[in-house]
Design a protein around this ligand. Structure first.
Ligand SMILES: *Cc1c(COP(=O)(O)O)cnc(C)c1O
Length: 376
């Protein structure tokens, strides 16, 4: 049996090796390494996939979030409302710009920001809400967008883990995550559902002016070459990554289906287990299972993690420390936030291997070891 990995990018690559190798070689031969047709083709295809007007490439997902906040004119002293139960990049970029993250609770079932907790966190300084589609489950965007509209706030979706998820509004309208807020941001980090062979990211928007502003910021604030209108940064997706991503984009729905199939198998195995709570799937969205994350009840999570490691089975704790308890946020008053659900989840979640190359023999082994440990 192949060794079990959290993600298996190698075997995924081998299935499309011929096309990927040819595409990379062709970029080398063209020596158009930055920008150009290959990057434009990919961003156009990604826009089409999302039904989105503009896709602006960036060097990574963290930059995408930072450029989004800059383009919306967020500045030092402003506040953004975000979950604490997320990857640090979401809130780190706010702090980097001097913006104060106001951490709110997540919904215990979806792991995403609890829309009911947002309004009480709004102050005159609040400028934006930054929901995160964590693990591939969509945040409940309909009420979030309503609150944003009512209070005149921007919405920046962190879609690094949610790419491909279809969210259904109560009137039946379906939209892809990342295309509902003013700006959506995503990451092509290799382990993400649409992963490059290096770093990459993108911003999505329907707004022409915002698209222009983000393009300008990502390119040293240039309106035309060597004319710099605003303070920007340097954040580019290179052509080799775009060439690879364009091929992988054709397979994205198939990759998502493979993840869902693996999730269905785990669900079936654990659904009646007294110590294990399987991931919730809200009926208004179509989970893309970037992670398959269990909540353990009355069990020693860290000992299970170790037990699996001893058996050669990887598992991960996403994330062992929530953002508001990170040392980096001490100066931002992180410890003043009372987030018992976030703390509770942080102590109980464990993510199992999930990827496009996982087979049922591997999954059965993982399940068996977990059941042996839990003695059920
Ligand atoms: C991966 C990730 C990011 C950052 O993306 P990078 O490309 O690694 O910079 C941001 N937010 C979330 C939720 C992520 O999972």
């Amino acid at each position: 049996m192949r060794p079990i990995q959290m993600v298996d990018t190698k075997n995924q690559y081998l299935k499309i090796k011929e096309r990927v190798d040819a595409a990379v070689l062709s970029v080398m031969e063209s020596s158009q390494f930055i920008g150009g047709k290959v990057v434009n083709d990919f961003t156009n295809n990604l826009a089409k996939y999302h039904g989105s007007k503009h896709v602006i490439p960036s060097a990574n997902g963290t930059d995408a979030l930072q450029i989004a906040m800059m383009a919306l004119g967020l500045k030092a002293g402003d506040e953004v409302i975000t979950p604490s139960f997320t990857y640090i990049a979401t809130v780190e970029v706010a702090a980097l710009l001097g913006i104060k993250p106001i951490f709110v609770e997540v919904d215990k079932r979806t792991f995403c920001i609890d829309a009911n907790e947002i309004e009480k966190a709004i102050t005159p300084k609040t400028k934006a809400i930054v929901p995160v589609h964590l693990y591939g489950h969509a945040a409940d965007m309909e009420p979030i967008l309503q609150i944003a509209k009512k209070h005149n706030l921007f919405v920046i979706e962190d879609n690094a883990q949610g790419i491909g998820n279809d969210y259904t509004f109560s009137d039946g309208t379906v939209k892809k995550t990342g295309t509902m807020g003013h700006i959506g941001c995503t990451s092509f980090y290799p382990s993400k559902n649409l992963g490059a062979f290096g770093d990459g990211g993108a911003m999505f928007t329907e707004d022409d002016a915002l698209a222009d502003m983000m393009r300008m910021i990502a390119s040293h604030g240039q309106s035309k070459r060597y004319y710099h209108d605003v303070i920007g940064c340097n954040s580019r997706l290179d052509a080799m990554q775009a060439a690879i991503l364009d091929i992988k984009l054709e397979h994205l729905n198939e990759y998502i289906d493979a993840r869902r199939k693996a999730a269905d198998f785990y669900d079936e195995q654990f659904k009646n287990h007294p110590n294990v709570e399987i991931p919730f799937r809200a009926s208004n969205n179509n989970h893309v299972f970037h992670q398959y994350t269990l909540i353990l009840h009355d069990a020693n999570r860290d000992a299970l993690h170790q037990h699996l490691a001893d058996k050669g089975i990887p598992s991960m704790i996403y994330y062992p420390v929530p953002a508001h308890r990170q040392k980096m946020f001490e100066a931002f008053g992180g410890n003043e936030f009372q987030l018992p659900i976030t703390d509770w989840l942080t102590e109980r979640v464990i993510s199992l291997p999930i990827h496009t190359e996982l087979d049922e023999i591997q999954q059965q082994l993982i399940v068996n070891e977990i059941k042996i440990f839990l003695k059920n």
